[in-house]
Design a protein around this ligand. Structure first.
Ligand code: GLN
Length: 203
């Protein structure tokens, strides 16, 4: 079997950092902007950035529906921060025009931590990763407000108010999402975890 090709959705956001992190996790990766480019990849990363802008550009570039079709067909996708918002079936505090790709049965609140804390870093135990907790870098980050029965919670952080903790990483089937940005830390274990998901899906 040939090495799977992983795209990074390059409409807006921290595309380069994901390309570097994927290469460090021994994956072959390239930017994806158009539907034809999406058709060529086996999996996709949706980067951090601004989900409202990303939503508009995905609609303008004609990749929103092709993305939804690929997700429905089982393509592995990893979304960080704005990318997590893009993978949510439901969002809170979005804009009226804002659409998501969807696929993960969860409700995500945009800029949720932003109200308490514009950005912060914290050590987070991550289900399925060996060794040290990951360093979670949060930048005007969303949290997952609720998940459906089929969604596996991979990481949570203690909450400043409300419930005891907030969900910040989830997986449903071939879809993975984190509120935080492992691509900014130099620790490539979450990308390596996704690469293993991609390889398993390609079997
Ligand atoms: N607040 C941004 C949004 O709504 C996400 C921030 C990020 O990706 N770092 O899309």
């Amino acid at each position: 079997m040939s090495t799977p090709l992983i795209g990074v959705l390059a409409l807006q956001g921290d595309v380069r950092e994901h390309l570097i992190a994927l290469a460090a996790a021994d994956a072959v990766a390239r930017p994806v902007r158009r539907a034809e480019e999406l058709a060529e990849v086996d999996a996709l990363v949706i980067p951090g950035g601004e989900s409202t802008t990303m939503s508009k550009l995905a609609l303008n570039f004609g990749v929103m529906d092709p993305l939804r079709e690929r997700v429905a067909a089982g393509m592995p996708v990893y979304g960080t921060c704005a990318g997590m918002i893009m993978l949510a079936d439901k969002i809170l505090d979005g804009r009226d025009y804002q659409e998501t790709v969807g696929g993960i049965d969860m409700t995500v609140r945009r800029n949720a931590f932003g109200r308490q804390n514009e950005s912060f870093e914290t050590a987070i135990p991550f289900q399925g990763l060996e060794g040290e907790p990951v360093n979670g870098v949060f930048i005007r980050a969303p949290w997952v407000e609720s998940v459906g029965a089929g969604v596996e919670v991979l990481a949570e952080v203690p909450a400043a108010d409300g419930p005891d903790s907030r969900i910040v990483a989830v997986r449903q089937g071939n879809l993975l999402a984190t509120s935080f940005h492992p691509e900014l830390t130099g620790d490539h274990r979450v990308h390596a975890y996704f690469v293993r998901m991609v390889e398993a899906a390609a079997q």
